[in-house]
Design a protein around this ligand. Structure first.
Ligand SMILES: [Zn+2]
Ligand SMILES: [Zn+2]
Length: 192
């Protein structure tokens, strides 16, 4: 799998995607997953990085082996099912110091300046950052720890029930029951 493949899926090349790509490399290397083992990814943010992780590691939302925890942290944990052997990858990378001109351009951009000069500088800054991430030694990018954690339950198939307001189907664990009536979450929030 090449970075270009990931870019194709994501729609653009960006530093976040580069991080996700490098995280995935480490995840696959460190877990050394055998064919009969399944990998479960736990991501603590929903940034561009997660798209790379889905493409490269095969941990995807649709398959249920990607778990999103909304912690806003650049931490990615990969767990092998059924053993529970895991690797926790936390981003520690600090971008190298920038020259004063770039810093100045970034300030202008943050203030809303979208002039050609500023936009070019921002584009170059982004490209340099991405290049740095793609070329860096994993030791400089991540704190990598091995651990054993409880394996999250495999994706289950639930029965569905119908909402008494909109009549649309809901998987049972997400249905809300208020005064003996079944509601989907959006209808329940309008009712209560
Ligand atoms: Zn992106
Ligand atoms: Zn409803």
């Amino acid at each position: 799998m090449k970075f270009a493949d990931v870019v194709k899926f994501h729609g653009h090349a960006c530093p976040g995607l580069a991080f996700g790509f490098r995280v995935s490399e480490v995840a696959l290397r460190e877990t050394g997953r055998a064919r009969d083992e399944e990998l479960v990814g736990v991501v603590e943010n929903n940034s561009c990085a997660v798209d790379a992780i889905q493409v490269v590691t095969g941990c995807t939302f649709g398959k249920g082996n990607l778990i999103f925890k909304d912690y806003g942290k650049q931490v990615y944990t990969f767990i092998k099912r059924p053993t529970g052997e895991a690797v926790r990858i936390a981003v520690i990378w600090e971008a190298p110091a920038e020259d004063t001109q770039t810093t100045e351009m970034w300030k202008n951009f943050s203030r809303g300046d979208r002039s050609k000069e500023v936009m070019q500088a921002i584009k170059a800054r982004k490209a340099a950052k991405m290049k740095g991430i793609l070329a860096a030694d994993p030791k400089d990018l991540f704190d990598i720890r091995h651990l054993t954690i409880q394996v999250p339950e495999a994706a289950r198939v639930f029965a569905s029930v119908r909402c008494s307001v909109c009549n649309e189907k809901i998987m049972e664990p997400r249905a809300r029951i208020i005064e003996d009536k079944i509601y989907c979450i959006p209808c329940a929030s309008e009712t209560v």
